[in-house]
Design a protein around this ligand. Structure first.
Ligand code: AMP
Length: 173
């Protein structure tokens, strides 16, 4: 499936100068999620990444692609959420944005120490969100085995902000 021809480009959203990569037409395609999951499975298998205990999905589009990937791999799914959404005790990480800061949270008991996990999101731009999520993984003592992004914006060099683990992206701009 040619993902790029189905992903829709929305200029100047949410602010002027940004081209928003809208994945909703791809999700709407009856084969879309199946092909995304197949793409990740194939690339992670090629990398010999080993057994994965959990997929960590970043709110909110990371949930949409992370949950079916967890199902396909037969492993757990763990949501990383915006603040004050999770009801039990959380690990919290604050990270810098262009203006101000943002916060992500994960339940403290979501993954046991030593478990091997992959972090999934729809887009890596500057890498700030994905790097912050890696800090949550180290807070709980799990092992980060890799990252998976449906879309990587190469010109922003976001992967430079990430720990040195395998990074899979299915579409590059
Ligand atoms: P960053 O922390 O800069 O890597 O930004 C990643 C987050 O912002 C992801 O969760 C994306 O969903 C979202 N994002 C950033 N840039 C775009 C874009 N051009 N199109 C769609 N989503 C984006």
């Amino acid at each position: 499936m040619d993902f790029k021809s189905i992903i829709r480009d929305i200029p100047d959203f949410p602010q002027k100068g940004i081209i928003f990569r809208d994945i909703t037409p791809l999700l709407a395609n009856p084969q879309g999620i199946t092909e995304i999951v197949r793409g990740f499975k194939t690339k992670f298998a090629e990398l010999n990444i080993g057994t994965i205990d959990a997929i960590i999905g970043i709110e909110s589009r990371g949930f949409i692609i992370g949950a079916p990937l967890a199902m396909a791999l037969g492993c757990s799914f763990v949501p990383v959420r915006k603040p004050k959404k999770l009801p039990s005790a959380v690990f919290r990480v604050e990270y810098a944005l262009e203006y101000g800061t943002d916060t992500l949270e994960m339940h403290c008991d979501a993954i046991a120490a030593g478990k091997r996990v992959i972090i999934i999101d729809d887009v890596i731009a500057t890498g700030g969100t994905a790097a912050a999520t890696a800090k949550l993984i180290s807070q709980c003592g799990a092992e980060l085995a890799g990252y998976g992004f449906l879309i990587e914006l190469d010109f922003l060099n976001g992967r430079k902000a990430l720990p040195e683990v395998p990074i899979v992206s299915l579409v590059n701009y």
